[in-house]
Design a protein around this ligand. Structure first.
Ligand SMILES: *Cc1c(COP(=O)(O)O)cnc(C)c1O
Length: 398
């Protein structure tokens, strides 16, 4: 029923898999025929505390019964408190709430431009981003994105974006001049293939930006909220940006986005410069507050780092064992496995095979398997997935 209705009435912009899901609990999802799946994707790095975490469900329900929406013409407690916690736990002093990742990045792009234009530096509007980056699907954020396939058919794009190769400091140096207002990058490229920034590179980027007065924007939409083993991925690199964007896991599945900035960078916006009707609604921010409390519980982030090390070790065993596996990489519980698809099955085909065996994983560019399980995934579940992959790869050994 849901499948036919979707195919008949929803834009056909997604290729969907399997039977409709009807229920989620922790690391498990259930389809309408009662089949159970172990989720190593978490709704694309979103449901980090697992599906329907009871404390988050309780926070959503309590808020839904109290106050749902008043707009940003008024004050609300959950939004104020979430902003307080986010600024206490990060480099940032101020938060602008949005409804999605693309919108958070849109706000960052606008802030970076207006920061200089408000000072009369009207020629300083260019933004440097990385090749293979992903920043969203709105016109500004797809213009920022460093992947042609995302832009195809949407020309002309927004003016003023320069893409440079990732992890190449000389390439960045070559384009940084007084027409550039910001450098925007992901600490670990997610959609680009699970590619972490080199520690020396990201430090050098920070230094270059400081030296040239350029704003540094970290897109932590996928890497933030504990995904990479620290609350924000940049903490493990020991660098801080001027602006950071969050979304995906921020409210464990309730739509939300946030753009955080230092007090200095935040001066680019004043009353009336940017706005959204829904941004930071009481339900989304109440869920976000509970989410942060859970992620910052004693031991949670340490357990992410431990499970990451274990998972990586197991994936590396598969790499040693099977020619099919060319590379294993990532940070925290955002891991990628690159496959040799010159012969045999593609990553997408492996995703289907895993799905048939009750495991949800994801493929990028048809050759990289991405694993982004809920942060509460168990070691036993990691072992089960690794065993499934092992048996599937064995079919291609010779
Ligand atoms: C998912 C993602 C976005 C876009 O977020 P949406 O909520 O889909 O608009 C932007 N940047 C990164 C790094 C992402 O992973």
């Amino acid at each position: 029923m849901s499948i036919e209705l979707t195919q008949d009435h929803v834009f056909q912009t997604y290729s969907r898999q399997g039977r409709p899901f009807v229920k989620g609990r922790g690391t498990k999802l259930y389809d309408d025929q009662g089949n159970e799946y172990t989720d190593f994707l978490a709704g694309i790095a979103v449901c980090s505390m697992g599906h329907c975490h009871p404390d988050i469900t309780a926070a959503i329900c309590a808020q839904a019964a109290t106050l749902v929406h008043v707009s940003n013409l008024f004050y609300t407690r959950p939004q104020a408190e979430l902003a307080k916690v986010l600024t206490e736990k990060s480099f940032a002093d101020r938060v602008f709430f949005a409804n999605s990742g693309a919108e958070a990045n849109e706000a960052a792009i606008k802030l970076a431009r207006r920061f200089f234009q408000a000072k009369g530096e009207t020629d300083r509007f260019k933004i440097v981003t990385m090749q293979q980056s992903f920043h969203g699907r709105t016109m500004a954020t797809l213009s920022a994105t460093g992947q042609d396939k995302i832009k195809k058919g949407f020309y002309p794009l927004l003016d003023g974006f320069i893409h440079v190769p990732f992890n190449d400091i000389e390439a960045l140096k070559a384009v940084l001049d007084d027409t550039v207002c910001a450098v925007m990058m992901e600490p670990v490229q997610g959609e680009g293939g699970v590619i972490p920034a080199d520690p020396e590179y990201i430090k050098a980027v920070r230094q270059l930006c400081t030296d040239t007065g350029t704003l540094l924007v970290f897109d932590e939409i996928q890497t933030g909220m504990g995904r990479c083993g620290t609350l924000f991925a940049h903490e493990s690199y020991d660098v801080t940006p001027d602006i950071m964007t969050l979304a995906k896991a921020l409210a464990n599945g309730v739509p939300i986005g946030a753009m955080l900035a230092t007090e200095t960078a935040a001066q680019g916006f004043d009353i009336g410069s940017h706005a959204t009707t829904f941004g930071g609604t009481p339900i989304a921010t109440a869920a976000g507050l509970e989410m942060i409390r859970l992620i910052c519980q004693e031991g949670l982030l340490a357990s992410v780092r431990e499970k990451s090390a274990y998972f990586l070790e197991q994936l590396n065993v598969l790499k040693e064992k099977h020619q099919k596996v060319v590379d294993v990489r990532g940070r925290g519980l955002l891991l990628g496995m690159e496959l040799d698809i010159s012969k045999g099955k593609t990553a997408t085909e492996y995703v289907s095979e895993c799905f048939k065996k009750g495991f949800i994983i994801n493929a990028i560019q048809d050759k990289i398997l991405r694993f982004a399980p809920p942060l509460i995934i168990g070691t036993a579940e990691i072992n089960q997935l690794v065993a499934v992959l092992d048996s599937l790869f064995a079919g291609e050994d010779h």
